[in-house]
Design a protein. Structure first.
Length: 504
């Protein structure tokens, strides 16, 4: 009941005319980001953060969150109409969305995607509403060792549960942690890894890194792959929309299963992309005999979209309550909070309830706004995609460099954007994950500070991380997430080779 009262107070903040206008603007900007290949939600949010410095934090986070939801919706539009996923998490939607649209049922395919996405997002926000206070109160028991254990848990979870190779994830995390140490050490005051550049004394801005990695890097990969648009009709028929909405209850089992997958993968570092693929696989596994996925099955659209948006929304819970982001976009948003002088974690709920509950209430409203706006603007954004990429590409590059410069009005940052763009391109080609690098950059300082404080308290003994049931339990879970998945892969490997040897 306490959460319900706080949520009602949040609605009184979120439903102001100014905030509703910001939701509309944010969703529209997000749709552009999601539709245009080479941008993406993390880069779009990072480009927008410098423009929010003069805004109050509540308005700023509502704008950024609305942009995030819009980007997720925009990625679905291109997946279905052009077979081009605007977001990595929208790849699974192309498998059945584009074939269904090719049969002349683009309205039906888009409605399945947007309605199921809206349901998934609302389920995710409901989970945040119910669990946020509990998670925050639980986190109040934390000291320096417990906080380090949580950061260690986040790193281990990315390694053990991520979809990429564990070795590649470790390399990505290591680079991120290395970048977080650049500049002046807050504990000793010594300079680290500045190489004589005065511009690096204050460290490397994570915004500059994100713009380079996700903006320039993705754009270079898109150019190399060669982009050819093959669109289908984008006209929306209101009668088909209504008929498709009435058809949705037939797929309730798929919606429930996919929402649960999204909740789990959102709270853990699995993320929206892994959630969409896992949900698609489960939908195919649980389908009726003879159902051919990849030919335009509704379940093949509903499952990944529900899981994608449920996971994307639930990623905000650990970021707000524990200060541990579980996705690249959540990490960028957390960096924005820290720039505004807010520290994500349990004390945020106690000291800034208007901020937290205004944000949670805005999630309900902005997702409904997103479903309505995306249905109204599909023809416009489909027309935008018919502009030659030779025009769109340079526009994206200009936006990225302008965004990189506005972070600190420094030309040195423009070189960093270019350097990290090349690193992002190389990571993309070698299939190294970028999200762990961003996570490590955001959490690196906090993890190092917690580790230093823990060592001071314990006179340098690592036993402090097993000194009580809470910190010891978190460390055991972290080590379990790191070791158990690798052991299971090893066991399955030996079993498979054992069968091959016996057959021979």
């Amino acid at each position: 009941m306490a959460n319900f009262e706080l949520l009602m107070h949040g609605f009184s903040i979120a439903l102001s005319p100014t905030h509703i206008m910001l939701m509309v603007v944010g969703v529209l900007l997000g749709l552009v980001v999601g539709v245009l290949p080479g941008l993406g939600a993390p880069n779009g949010v990072s480009l927008l953060i410098p423009l929010t410095f003069s805004m109050d934090p509540v308005s700023a986070i509502i704008l950024l969150a609305s942009m995030y939801w819009g980007a997720l919706f925009g990625g679905s539009t291109t997946s279905i109409l052009f077979n081009i996923p605007g977001e990595p998490s929208s790849v699974a939607t192309t498998f059945d969305g584009y074939p269904l649209a090719r049969t002349g049922q683009s309205t039906r395919a888009l409605t399945f995607a947007f309605v199921s996405a809206g349901i998934g997002a609302l389920v995710g926000v409901l989970v945040i509403t119910l669990l946020s206070s509990w998670a925050a109160n639980f986190a109040l028991k934390f000291g320096a060792p417990e906080y380090f254990a949580v950061y260690f848990l986040a790193f281990c979870a990315f390694i053990g549960m991520g979809s990429a190779s564990p070795l590649k994830t470790v390399v990505s995390l290591g680079i991120g942690l290395l970048l977080s140490t650049v500049g002046m050490d807050t504990i000793t005051g010594s300079l680290r890894l500045t190489f004589g550049f005065d511009e690096l004394i204050s460290g490397i801005s994570f915004l500059v890194v994100v713009i380079g990695l996700f903006g320039i890097g993705e754009l270079l990969a898109t150019v190399q792959d060669g982009l050819h648009f093959r669109g289908v009709s984008s006209r929306i028929d209101p009668r088909d929309v209504f008929r498709t909405i009435c058809e949705m209850p037939r797929y309730y089992a798929t919606v429930i299963r996919s929402a649960l997958v999204g909740i789990w993968m959102g709270i853990t570092p699995g993320g929206p992309t892994a959630a969409s693929f896992m949900s698609y696989g489960l939908a195919r596994q649980w389908s009726k005999p003879g159902a051919k996925f990849g030919t335009g099955r509704p379940e093949g659209i509903i499952a990944p979209e529900t899981a994608d948006h449920s996971a994307g929304t639930c990623a905000m819970l650990p970021m707000l309550a524990l200060g541990v982001p579980s996705s690249a976009t959540a990490a960028v948003m957390m960096g924005g909070l820290m720039i505004w002088g807010l520290t994500p974690g349990p004390m945020l709920f106690a000291t800034k309830p208007d901020f937290v509950w205004g944000l949670i209430a805005s999630m309900y409203v902005s997702n409904i706004v997103g479903v309505i706006l995306v249905l109204l603007t599909v023809p416009m954004f489909a027309a935008l995609l018919r502009i030659p990429f030779t025009i769109i590409g340079p526009m994206i590059i200009a936006i990225c460099f302008v965004g990189g410069y506005t972070v600190a009005n420094s030309t040195f940052d423009l070189w960093l954007v270019l350097i990290f763009g090349l690193i992002g391109f190389i990571f993309n080609k070698l299939e190294f994950p970028l999200a762990p690098l961003v996570l490590a950059m955001v959490l690196g300082d906090k993890a190092e500070e917690s580790f230093h404080q823990s060592m001071i308290v314990s006179d340098g003994s690592l036993s402090v991380f097993f000194s009580n049931y809470l910190v010891g339990g978190i460390m055991v879970v972290a080590l379990g997430l790191l070791i158990v998945p690798q052991l299971s892969k090893l066991v399955s490997y030996f079993k498979q080779h054992g069968k091959v040897d016996s057959a021979a």
